[in-house]
Design a protein around this ligand. Structure first.
Ligand SMILES: *Cc1c(COP(=O)(O)O)cnc(C)c1O
Length: 225
């Protein structure tokens, strides 16, 4: 895997990041939006290339893959990204991830809130909202978000935002869900809204994304898992 994608360089990622910033600015009218470089499926060189291109926030979906890449990058502070965990998360993986993960974006149930509070006290989390009705994408129903947020605050976690994955297909289909998520973030005074991926980031930015999570627009097609 590493070898086949050894061609991902900081130069390539920089050029794509530039194009990405243009897309974002066109949609945002100049409001600043952070980019999370989603490196799942690619080797540690994609993370090196991202950091080299000035993208310090990196998103990963799978516990073992994240741990392996963090190990490969080692302790070099110049290569230390801000790690965002984006994937479906089993509680029994939290302990191993706790030393590495900076922002837990896919928190969607009480069990996970409690486990993160135990293993990573005071950690920064986003609550994931299920926007598509597809169970395999994770996320809590919108109506459960206020009680989850209250629980997380009770156990000392810093809930700073909401995350959501739009449905596949026409990007315009994501708009109503993004709008509901942003309204809920407003209601709970959560500043971060992590919505939008390569295909639907314009819609997300128009609806108020503060972070977009971008994989293939930066790194190309992911190798099959
Ligand atoms: C894979 C993934 C992304 C990035 O998707 P692209 O379509 O490659 O931009 C963003 N968010 C989550 C939660 C993901 O799993």
């Amino acid at each position: 895997m590493t070898k086949a994608h050894a061609s991902i360089t900081a130069e390539i990622v920089s050029a794509r990041a530039e194009a990405l910033r243009t897309r974002i600015e066109t949609a945002s009218g100049g409001r600043s939006v952070e980019v999370i470089a989603v490196t799942k499926g690619f080797g540690a060189e994609a993370i090196r290339a991202s950091v080299g291109a000035g993208l310090f926030r990196v998103g990963e979906n799978y516990a073992q893959e994240l741990i392996a890449k963090a190990g490969e990058l080692g302790a070099d502070p110049l290569l230390a990204p801000e790690w965002h965990f984006l994937g479906r998360l089993q509680s029994n993986k939290v302990r191993q991830l706790a030393e590495i993960v900076d922002v837990w974006q896919s928190v969607d149930r009480v069990e996970l809130v409690d486990e993160i509070a135990k293993r990573a006290p005071g950690a920064r989390i986003f609550l994931q909202v299920n926007l598509s009705g597809e169970e395999q994408k994770g996320g809590a129903p919108l109506g459960d978000i206020p009680s989850l947020a209250a629980r997380a605050a009770d156990v000392g976690l810093r809930v700073t935002g909401l995350m959501g994955v739009g449905p596949a297909g026409d990007p315009e289909l994501a708009r109503p869900g993004f709008r509901d998520l942003v309204a809920m973030a407003d209601r709970l005074s959560l500043p971060e809204r992590s919505i939008g991926m390569s295909a639907d980031l314009e819609i997300a930015v128009e609806e108020g994304a503060t972070l977009v999570r971008v994989g293939h627009a930066l790194f190309g097609d992911r190798p099959p898992r």
